[in-house]
Design a protein around this ligand. Structure first.
Ligand SMILES: NC(=O)c1ccc[n+]([C@@H]2O[C@H](COP(=O)([O-])OP(=O)(O)OC[C@H]3O[C@@H](n4cnc5c(N)ncnc54)[C@H](OP(=O)(O)O)[C@@H]3O)[C@@H](O)[C@H]2O)c1
Length: 311
């Protein structure tokens, strides 16, 4: 028997912090537009579904039809102004450090400005999780640690995480911080399996950090119908979706649920950040919580993804 059902919707601690989060998170990279009621409906659907960690970034708003840096945070801020009680239901996670045209800046002045601007746009007085969006090679980790520690002491942020950092970069920042980093956010999905072997998930285990998996459905590619894909990457995608479909059909679950369960099966207990803007799809992502993939199924997905057998 491969997939068996279990219920695991319980809250757990984010890293070693006192913040409590659900097993799935909700991401706002694609959160743009003027319709505040529709935006609010998505946030409420996610919170009702138990996805209480809401992941956003200062830079979100430049893609998917948005046209301004900060637009997604501004939209979330409008939702929070409209329905202030929602703020207490969420662990609000944003990011700093991407400045289009530079493109990375984690210097003290840039980080402090980004934090103040995010607080203003989000209509809130504290950011629960402040994440470095991408490493800035030109900022010494001791300087970044000092900036972050000061913002934390001032009460503007509660906890700190990193994104798109490798294990060594994370270790280096941690070395200069007097408090533990809470999270690490790599791209991780059945199509992006590197964190399993590049040390990121191992490091998360060793420091009790919670991994947050971005684009757990590979930005929708894992959910799409297999059309004509003749490139090498297309063939790889066909192999992975065929394996996910085989497991899903056998066990009577959806392919998307199996793809999310793949991410959650690792012992580092990654939290997939679901990115759909469709309230029904937000709710149905929870089907993944009833799946516990067998070892054989999990490794078969890895083999399909890497296109080579395991030794
Ligand atoms: N740290 C970073 O550098 C970084 C980078 C990228 C993303 N992220 C984070 O990760 C979050 C998720 O990324 P993502 O949006 O690429 O995630 P994803 O869940 O991999 O992909 C979401 C996309 O899949 C589509 N989709 C199609 N069928 C679906 C189904 N049945 N169920 C769910 N989705 C379906 C969605 O379209 P519909 O909306 O039409 O359903 C949406 O366009 C972001 O919001 C952001 O918070 C972080």
């Amino acid at each position: 028997m491969g997939t068996h059902m279990k219920v695991t919707g319980k809250l757990r601690r984010l890293g070693q912090t006192d913040l409590e989060v659900g097993p799935l998170a909700y991401g706002l990279w694609r959160f743009v537009g003027r319709d505040i009621a529709a935006a609010r409906a998505r946030i409420e659907a996610a919170l009702d579904a138990g996805m209480n960690l809401i992941d956003i970034a200062a830079v979100y708003g430049l893609d998917w039809g948005g046209n301004a840096f900060g637009e997604s945070e501004t939209l979330l801020g409008k939702v929070l102004a409209d329905a202030p009680a929602l703020r207490r239901r969420m662990v609000l996670a944003t990011k700093f450090g991407i400045v289009p045209g530079i493109p990375y800046d984690s210097s003290n002045d840039a980080v402090v400005k980004s934090c103040e601007d995010s607080l203003t746009r989000l209509n809130t007085d504290v950011i629960d999780l402040f994440q470095v969006h991408r490493p800035d090679a030109l900022t010494h980790p001791a300087d970044l640690a000092e900036t972050l520690a000061r913002l934390r002491t001032q009460g503007k942020i509660r906890e700190v995480g990193v994104s798109n950092f490798n294990a060594r970069q994370t270790m280096l920042l941690q070395q200069f911080l007097a408090f533990p980093l809470a999270t690490i956010q790599p791209e991780f999905s059945a199509l992006a399996i590197e964190p399993v072997s590049d040390g990121v998930l191992d490091y998360a285990i060793s420091r009790q950090m919670t991994p947050l998996a971005w684009s757990p459905l590979a930005g929708g590619r894992l959910a799409a119908d297999s059309a004509s894909r003749h490139t090498a990457e297309g063939e790889r995608l066909n192999r992975v979706t065929a394996k996910l479909d085989e497991i899903a059909k056998r066990d009577g679950v959806s392919r998307v649920a199996v793809a999310l369960a793949f991410v959650m099966r690792h012992p580092a207990r990654p939290i997939p950040i679901v990115g759909t803007q469709n309230p029904e799809r937000i709710m149905s992502a929870n089907d993944a919580l009833r799946i516990n993939l067998s070892r054989a199924d999990w490794y078969a997905i890895v083999v399909a993804s890497q296109g080579a057998p395991l030794p």
